[in-house]
Write a protein that binds this ligand. Structure first.
Ligand SMILES: Nc1ncnc2c1ncn2[C@@H]1O[C@H](COP(=O)(O)OS(=O)(=O)O)[C@@H](OP(=O)(O)O)[C@H]1O
Length: 897
C-alpha cells in the first residue's frame, strides 16, 4: 500500500489506512450443495397409487437413443429393476461396441447357448446401435421393446454441444448455425464420429441408409411438414408390430445397397410421403417396437408406458437427467414456439439435414397421438397431471431446494452431469473447464526513475474555506477475493514542521515509515479522521482447460468479466511456469516478484513456454462487457535441446497472469491478477528425428528428404531408417474409406533407398541423412510417419523378463558393417540389444532389445504418462516418450506443361 501526498503549505498530513474485510467473501452464492437426490425422509407413494390389475412386464428392451431424453428413462428403469432385483444386460466394456451394430457377445455375462448358472436377463437398456438379430440372442422375443425419439432440431442442438469434440464435422464448424448453413463443407460421411452429425436416431435404430441418398446431390428441400406441434392430430398410418418375433425372419426392413451408416449425398429428393424405403423402414420398426416415446411429450409418453407395462404411475415418476446447463426443458422450446427468426431457420435446416430422423420423428409422433386417442385424451390429461403432482412431491422430498441444480453450480465435478461441450462453441467443451483460483491482484507499481518515484503528485485544491488534498491509494496487497476495503484517513496539523520533514519531505517519510510513527506523540495536533468503504471490482474469473490434439499441448483460458455492471479490458494474458512453490510474488519491499524471472534465472523456463495463438484469441485490448467471456488459446512449445542439467518428467506448476483495466479507474492503466493453473508434466523427448525437404515438388521429379537425428538419449550401435509404408494402417481401426485414402497416398510415394544405415550414434550427437523420393501423383504427403527408426544399443544383462519378448524378428542388424560393429561391441561390452521400430499395438510395450517407435508423427511433448520399456536393470529405463519424430510434409503439384 502506498500513499503519495503533497508537502506544500506546511500542513502535516498523516494518512492511516485500514483495510476492512467484509464478511462475505466471494463465492457465497456458490457454496457447495450436493446435487441431485438427497433423501431427507422416506418417499411415500401417493395414497391412491394407480395399481394396475395386470401382471407388470419385466422383460424389457429399451433402445437408448442419443440426446433424446433417454437418460431420464434409463434412470426409471434402473430404479425399477434395482428395487425388484431384476437382472440387467450390461455392456462388458464401454457401451455395446457403439457405433458398431450390437453384438450379443458384448453383453457382460452372456453365454451363447444359455449356458452358465445365471438367470436370464430382464432389462437391456444401454446405448447401442440396434441389431434385432443379436438382441434376440440376449433377450426373449416377447420382451417389451421400446425407445424414444426427439425432434431432430432439438436433438441437433444437443448433439452439437455434446459431441462438438467427438464428431469431426462438428469440430470443424464454428457453430451449429454455420454447420447447418452449409453442412457439406464440414461433413464427410464415414469420418470419425460423423454419425452424430446427421440422422443420429436413424443410425441408432440400426437402420440402413437408403440408396437414394448415395446418388442424389444438391441442397436438400424442406420436408413437407416442419411443424411438429400439429403432428399429433394427424391420423396414424401404421399398424402395430407382430408380437412374436422370429429370430430367423427378416431383420431389416428392405434390401439396400448401403448397409453402413455412410450418407453420401443430399436428401433432396427424399419425399417423406412416397419413399418406399422409408415406409418400409418405419413399418419394420412398428413391427419390432411396442412403443416409441416422444421427448417433447415426455409425460404423456410415460403415462402410456406405465399403462403398456402394467406398472404403477409411481414407477415412472422421476427427474430430468443429462440436461445441458441452461437448457430449457431439454431444448424443447424448438417445438413450443417463442423462437426467433434465426432459431426458426436453424430448426428448419436441422430437420432438412436430418431428413430420415425427421421422418422417424413424424411417424412416431403420429403413432403416439393415435395411442393417446385410444387411451382417451381426457384420461391421459388427468394421468399426466397426477404424474406431475407426484413428481413435484418427490422433488420436495428428494431435492435440496426442491428442484434440480444447474450443473454450473455443482462444484464437485464428480457429481456434475457429464457434458463434453456445454456452451456449444467452446473448443473442446465448456464442461471440462476448471476454475482457477486467483492468487493475487496488484497494480503496476510505481514507475521509478533513478530510484525516485515519478508518479505525478496532484497539487492541493485551495478554495476560500477549504483545502482539498487529492490522494492516490494503491491497494496492492489485498488477499484475493477481498470484496470491500475500508480507507481511514487521519489528519494532523502541525504548527511547526519537524526537522526531518524539512529535510526529506512528507512524501518520503510516508513512503518509508508507517504514518503512526511519524506522528507519534502529536495527538494534540490531531484534527480529523474520515473513512470510506470501497467496493472492489472483482478480478475476471478464469477457467482453464488443458488438452492434447495431434501431439500439441493446448490450453484454453476462458476469461469472464464477472462484474454485472462494469466493462473491463483485457490487455494481456500469459501463462508462466511458477517454481516458487510457496508462491510469494510480493517481496517485503512491496515489489512484485515476477515468476518468470525466477524461472529464467534457474534455467527452467527454457524447458517450455506457452505461446498464445493470436488468430484464435482476438487482439488486445480485448473489451469484455459485463458478464461477457472470451477464450484465449495457448500452445506449449518445448525446445528440442534440453538445457544443460534440465530435469526430465518435470512437474511444472503454472500460473496465469491477466493484465486488465477498467474505464472506471482511468489512472490504473493495468491491474495484474495472478491465478493458479493446474500443473503440467514435461516429458521431453531425448531422441528426436526431424525431417525437411523442398516443397512443392512436381510429380515424377526426384526430391530428397533430409532426416536429422538428435540423440541426447544414449549411445547407439547402429541407427537405421527403413521406409515401411505397409505398416501405416496395421492395427488401427480406420474406416474403409480412410484406409483406402491412406493406401492410395502411400502408393503414390516411391522411396529410392528404403533401407538406410546411418551407423553409430553417440549420445549428444546429431546425424543427418538424405533419402531420395519420387511422387507419382499430386497431393500433400507426410514423410516421417512411415520412416521407421531402428535403433540398436548395448546392454550388459541378458535375461529379459518373460513378458518382454521381441515383437520383431527382423530387428537384428542385417548389414555386414553393422553386424561387425555389433559383434565388436558384444565382445567388448558383453551383449548387444537390437531395437526395431514398428507400430506398437499397445501404448506400453515392454520388450527387450527393440525400441518401438510410436505411431504418432508428433508425439505429445507434454504427456501425463510415460511409456516405459524394459531394459536390463543396470540401464536406466528407456521410455518411448523419450523418442519422437517430427512430421514433414511435401506438396506435390502437376509438372508445368
Ligand atoms: N424429460 C425430458 N424431456 C425432454 N428432454 C429431456 C428430458 N430429460 C432429458 N432431456 C434432454 O435430453 C437430452 C439428453 O438426452 P440423453 O439423456 O438421451 O443423452 S445421452 O445420449 O444419454 O447423452 C438433454 O438435452 P439438452 O439439454 O438439449 O442437451 C436433456 O435436456
Amino acid at each position: 500500500m502506498r500513499l503519495w501526498g503533497p508537502r506544500s503549505l506546511g500542513v502535516a498530513l498523516g494518512v492511516f489506512m485500514t483495510i476492512g474485510f467484509a464478511l462475505q467473501l466471494w463465492g457465497g452464492p456458490f457454496q457447495r450443495r450436493l446435487p441431485g437426490l438427497q433423501l431427507r425422509q422416506p418417499w411415500a407413494p401417493s395414497p391412491r397409487p394407480a395399481v394396475p390389475t395386470c401382471p407388470p412386464r419385466q422383460r424389457l428392451v429399451f433402445l437408448k437413443t442419443h440426446k433424446s431424453g433417454s437418460s431420464s428413462v434409463l434412470s426409471l428403469l434402473h430404479r425399477y429393476g434395482d428395487q425388484r432385483g431384476l437382472r440387467f444386460a450390461l455392456p462388458a466394456r464401454y457401451q455395446f461396441g457403439y457405433p458398431r451394430l450390437f453384438q450379443a457377445s458384448w453383453v457382460k455375462g452372456y453365454h451363447p447357448q444359455g449356458g452358465g448358472t445365471q438367470s436370464p436377463f430382464h432389462i437391456l437398456c444401454h446405448h447401442m446401435r440396434f441389431n434385432l438379430k443379436e438382441v434376440l440372442q440376449v433377450m426373449p422375443s416377447d420382451s417389451f421393446f421400446f425407445s424414444i425419439v426427439r425432434d431432430p432440431a432439438a436433438l441437433a442442438r444437443s448433439a452439437f454441444s455434446y459431441y462438438k469434440s467427438t464428431s469431426s464435422a462438428f469440430r470443424k464448424a464454428p457453430s451449429l448455425a454455420a454447420f447447418l448453413a452449409n453442412p457439406r463443407a464440414f461433413y464427410r460421411p464415414g469420418a470419425r464420429g460423423d454419425h452424430y452429425a446427421r440422422n443420429l436416431l436413424w443410425f441408432d435404430f440400426g437402420l440402413p441408409f437408403p440408396p437414394e441418398m448415395r446418388t442424389k446431390r444438391g441442397y436438400p428441400h424442406l420436408p413437407r411438414d416442419p411443424n411438429p406441434r400439429e403432428l399429433h392430430v394427424l391420423p396414424s398410418g401404421t399398424g402395430s408390430r407382430a408380437h412374436t418375433l422370429d429370430p430367423n425372419a427378416l431383420f431389416h426392413p428392405a434390401p439396400t445397397t448401403a448397409d453402413g451408416h455412410s450418407q453420401t449425398s443430399s436428401p433432396a429428393a427424399l419425399d417423406l410421403g412416397s419413399s418406399s424405403f422409408i415406409q418400409w423402414s418405419l413399418a419394420w420398426l412398428d413391427s419390432v417396437f411396442d412403443l416409441v416415446l416422444v421427448a417433447e411429450y415426455f409425460d404423456e409418453s410415460l403415462v402410456l408406458l406405465a399403462d403398456a407395462l402394467c406398472w404403477g404411475l409411481d414407477d415412472v415418476v422421476g427427474f430430468m437427467h443429462n440436461a445441458q446447463a441452461g437448457s430449457e426443458q431439454g431444448g424443447n422450446a424448438v417445438s413450443h414456439g417463442g423462437l426467433t427468426a434465426e432459431d426458426r431457420q436453424l430448426t428448419a435446416r436441422a430437420r432438412v439435414w436430418n431428413n430420415l430422423d425427421w421422418a422417424l420423428y413424424v411417424h412416431f409422433n403420429r403413432s403416439l397421438w393415435t395411442r393417446i386417442k385410444q387411451y382417451g385424451q381426457g384420461r391421459l390429461e388427468s394421468a399426466v397431471a397426477e404424474l406431475r403432482a407426484r413428481r413435484e412431491a418427490l422433488a420436495k422430498h428428494c431435492l435440496l431446494g426442491g428442484e434440480a441444480l444447474d450443473p454450473k453450480y455443482i462444484t464437485d465435478r464428480r457429481f456434475r452431469p457429464f457434458q463434453f461441450g456445454s456452451g456449444g462453441g467452446d473448443p473442446g467443451g465448456g464442461g471440462l473447464f476448471r476454475g482457477c483460483s486467483p492468487l493475487l491482484t496488484h497494480g503496476p507499481g510505481p514507475a521509478t526513475s533513478g530510484g525516485v518515484t515519478t508518479l505525478p503528485v496532484e497539487e492541493p485544491i485551495v478554495s476560500t474555506d477549504e483545502v482539498i488534498f487529492p490522494l492516490t491509494v494503491s491497494l496492492d496487497r489485498l488477499p484475493p477475493g477481498t470484496p470491500k476495503a475500508k480507507i481511514v484517513v487521519t489528519v494532523w496539523k502541525r504548527e511547526v514542521e519537524a526537522p526531518e520533514v524539512r529535510d526529506q519531505g512528507y512524501l518520503r517519510l510516508l513512503q518509508t515509515r508507517f504514518p503512526g510513527e511519524t506522528f507519534r506523540g502529536e495527538q494534540s495536533a490531531f484534527k480529523a479522521q474520515v473513512s470510506t468503504l470501497l467496493t472492489l471490482l472483482p478480478p475476471p474469473v478464469l477457467k482453464c482447460r488443458q488438452f492434447t490434439v495431434a501431439g500439441k499441448h493446448l490450453t484454453v483460458l476462458k476469461v469472464l468479466n464477472s462484474s454485472s455492471q462494469e466493462e473491463i479490458s483485457i490487455w494481456d494474458i500469459r501463462i508462466l511456469p511458477n517454481f516458487n512453490a510457496s508462491y510469494l510474488p510480493v517481496m517485503p519491499d512491496g515489489s512484485v516478484l515476477l515468476v518468470d524471472n525466477v524461472c529464467h534465472q534457474s534455467g527452467e523456463v527454457s524447458m517450455g513456454s506457452f505461446c498464445r495463438l493470436p488468430g484464435t484469441s482476438g487482439c488486445f485490448p480485448c473489451p469484455l462487457s459485463a458478464l461477457e467471456e472470451h477464450n484465449f488459446l495457448f500452445q506449449l512449445r518445448v525446445g528440442e535441446q534440453p538445457p544443460p542439467g534440465a530435469k526430465e518428467g518435470l512437474e511444472v506448476p503454472l500460473i496465469a497472469v491477466v493484465q486488465w483495466s477498467t474505464p472506471k479507474l482511468p489512472f490504473t492503466q493495468s491491474i495484474y491478477t495472478h491465478y493458479r493453473l493446474p500443473s503440467i508434466r514435461l516429458d521431453r523427448p531425448c531422441f528426436v528425428m526431424t525431417a525437411s525437404c523442398e516443397s512443392p515438388v512436381r510429380t515424377y521429379e526426384r526430391f530428397t528428404v533430409t532426416y536429422t537425428l538428435l540423440n541426447n538419449l544414449q549411445d547407439f550401435l547402429a541407427v537405421r531408417l527403413v521406409w515401411t509404408p505397409e505398416h501405416a494402417q496395421a492395427g488401427k481401426q480406420l474406416c474403409e474409406e480412410d484406409r483406402r485414402a491412406m493406401q492410395a497416398a502411400l502408393d503414390s510415394i516411391v522411396c529410392h533407398t528404403p533401407l538406410n544405415n546411418l551407423g553409430f550414434s553417440r549420445k549428444g550427437s546429431a546425424l543427418t541423412f538424405s533419402v531420395a523420393f519420387q511422387a507419382l501423383r499430386t497431393g500433400l504427403f507426410e514423410l516421417s510417419q512411415h520412416m521407421k527408426l531402428k535403433l540398436q544399443f548395448t546392454a550388459s544383462v541378458s535375461h529379459p523378463p518373460p513378458e518382454a519378448r521381441p515383437l520383431s524378428r527382423k530387428s537384428s542388424p542385417s548389414s555386414p558393417a553393422v553386424r561387425d560393429l555389433v559383434e565388436r561391441h558384444q565382445a567388448s561390452l558383453g551383449r548387444s540389444q537390437s531395437f526395431s521400430h514398428q507400430q506398437p499395438s499397445r501404448s506400453h510395450l515392454m520388450r527387450s532389445g527393440s525400441v518401438m517407435e510410436r505411431r504418432a508423427i508428433t508425439p505429445p511433448v507434454a504427456s501425463l504418462v510415460g511409456c516405459s520399456l524394459y531394459l536390463p536393470p543396470e540401464k536406466a529405463v528407456l521410455s518411448l516418450d523419450k523418442i519422437a519424430k517430427r512430421e514433414c510434409k511435401v506438396l506435390v503439384v502437376e509438372p508445368v506443361k
